[in-house]
Structure formats: C-alpha cells, structure tokens
Design a protein around this ligand. Structure first.
Ligand SMILES: [Zn+2]
Length: 353
C-alpha cells in the first residue's frame, strides 16, 4: 500500500503543532512529555493503514465493521488507557451521567448528527443510520482528537495547552464530518485531496457550531479549536477560516502556517503534504462564499459538492464541482441566482481559478 493512499486517521491537531510543543523546552513548558507521547501515538495511528504494526496493542489494529442502525449515540470511556471502546457509559436517550466530558461528547455528537439530518436530510455518518461511536478519556493527557474510520476519539488534553477535546462542538463536528467525507467523496488524506478533506471537516464543524449556538456568518468567529485552548493560551485557536495564518502565534505552538492564497501554497512533505496547512486556502474560499450567500446557502453548495467529488480531486476540481452545484441549486431556487459567480469569484480571490 502506498503512503499516498487514503489514510483514515484524521487528527484535529496537526503534527507540526505537536512537534513544536514536544520540542519546546524551558520553565514555561508545562509538560513536553504529553506532547511527545501524543506525537508518537498519533504517528503510530497514522501508520496503521500503511503497514502491520506489531508493536501496537491489538485494540488499535482491530477492525470492527459498522452496522446499519438508527444513528444512535454510544459514548465510551477509555479510562485513560490506549484501548478503544473500553466501557459503554452513555447510550442514546440515557440520562446524563456525572462526568462532564461524557455529557459534552453526547450533546455535541448529537448536534453534529442532527445538523446533517435537519439541514441535509442525512441519516448519520454513512446515511444508513450508522451508530455514532465516541470515545472519551483516550490515553494519558492525549493532546488530540481523531476519526479513525469508525469512531470519534477524544483525549483529555493536559490542561496546560489544551483542555478536554470534548469541550468543543467544533471538534466533535470536525471529526464527525471526517466520517461524512469518508462515506461520500472519500478524499485521500494527503496533498490537495487531503487539504480538501480537512477543509470540509472545518467547514461543517464550523456550521454545526453555528447552528448549535444560533450564530450566522456575521456573528460567528470562524475560529476552529478556540474552545479547547487552555487558559494560558486564551484567545488563540488552531485555525482561522476568515483569516488563515492568524490563528496562533506563541512560543509553545509556533506560528500558524496556513496560507490564505495559492501564492503561499505549501508543497513540502510535512503534515501529509500540508493537509492542515493548505486547507486554509479552501477554508477562506468558503468563508468568502458565506459572506455573500449566507451560511445556509454556502453550506448547501458545499454539501452538494461533497456528494460529487472523488478521492483524488484537487483544488481546481473542487472549484469546478462547487460552481456547477451552485448553478444547479440556483436553477432550482435553493440558493441565490448569482451563486455560481460568487463561488467562482471566491476561488479566484484565493488564486485557485
Ligand atoms: Zn481533521
């Protein structure tokens, strides 16, 4: 299997941030160990689909087939081990439990599922009622969240850099949306197709959060991950969809490397050839579209685009497909008449067209 083939492990915190945290040293470094552990485990998980990994616990390599169902939620407590699905602690319609992160994972994964149902008529992750499996308390001070192909997995953070990843609706929305991408365009997780995959996860994660909070394109902050920053990094975020490259700038994390235009396109090998970096270009194209057509109209076009893209699609493919879907939706009166011109204009502004 080539390293360029689709990899299912889609993480929230990019590897370069974890590597920067692990390298940072000195008295202002809370716990470089947590960042190092997270970077190592994240690397192992990324490699899972590429090669047999005899060093990994069998729980990490086990394959569970998703079953058609009713889109019920199943929240598991991994009890700070590195094993998945350790103990089922809250199922669909079960009452709230004592642990706040379990209840947040339940509420926010429900918000993601309900957003797709209400806005797009989608039946859970796979449009076939797949169970929404969420794991909390994964690992020890794990500084990440990810979709592994069948479940959402959330770490606790270390309280110094990141707080519990269950605290953020856009984290749950982002990882849930990686699942939706897998069952639709199935964009390969490297290079431009991977950056599109990341961008769709950011776009719908943001729309899910806006829906939950009753925000729109004007009142939303368009930040991704702002709610999981620990108090010492207050005001920072992982990505800014409105102004890519401005989300963070501090000694612990380094500086946000996202370009907002093809002029700044990153073509090096880091981060699966820049999946969390170049996604900024497409995020900005969505933001610009939403400013003109509103969040709902832009979201409809992007969702329709996702149904019509394919695993190896690149940025220009996305621009063409999204413009074509805008034309069809405008013809049907679903979005404003000038939608195609707006989408093409946004992709021209960021240098893709
Ligand atoms: Zn992601």
């Amino acid at each position: 299997m080539s390293s360029r083939q689709s990899q299912v492990h889609c993480s929230f915190v990019p590897p370069m941030v974890l590597e920067h945290l692990a390298r940072a040293s000195g008295t202002d470094t809370p716990d470089p160990g947590a960042a190092q552990r997270t970077a190592v485990v994240s690397q192992q998980l990324r490699g899972l689909r590429q090669s047999a990994s005899p060093d990994l616990p069998s729980a990490l390599t086990g394959v569970v087939q998703p079953r058609p169902g009713k889109g019920d939620r199943a929240i598991y407590d991994d009890q700070n081990t590195w094993e998945f699905d350790k103990e089922l602690v809250r199922g669909e319609a079960d009452p709230a439990v004592g642990a706040q992160n379990v209840n947040q994972a339940y509420d926010y994964s429900g918000a993601a599922r309900d957003y797709y149902k209400t806005r797009h008529g989608r039946d859970s992750l796979d449009h076939n009622g797949m169970t929404v499996n969420v794991n909390v308390n994964f690992g020890v001070d794990f500084l990440n969240a990810f979709w592994d192909g069948i479940r959402l997995v959330l770490g606790n953070g270390d309280g110094q850099i990141f707080v519990d990843f269950a605290a953020s609706p856009d984290v749950l929305g982002h990882e849930f949306s990686h699942g939706v991408v897998q069952f639709t365009a199935n964009l390969e997780y490297w290079g431009q197709s991977g950056a599109l995959n990341e961008s769709f996860a950011d776009v719908f994660g943001s729309l899910i959060e806006q829906d939950l909070k009753g925000e729109d394109f004007e009142s939303a902050n368009w930040l991704v991950g702002d709610e999981i920053m620990a108090p010492g990094l207050y005001g920072e975020a992982l990505r800014s969809m409105a102004h890519p490259g401005t989300a963070y700038d501090n000694p612990l994390m380094g500086k946000d490397p996202q370009p907002d235009h093809m002029n700044g396109y990153y073509s090096g090998p880091e981060d699966n050839y820049g999946v969390h970096i170049n996604s900024g270009i497409i995020n900005r194209a969505f933001y610009l579209t939403a400013q003109e057509l509103g969040t709902e109209g832009a979201g409809r076009i992007w969702y329709a685009g996702l149904q019509n893209l394919w695993p190896t699609a690149v940025f220009t493919d996305a621009a063409q497909v999204l413009s074509a879907q805008a034309r069809i939706l405008a013809r049907d009166g679903v979005v404003e008449r000038q939608a195609t011109q707006v989408v093409r204009g946004a992709f021209r502004t960021v240098g893709v067209l």
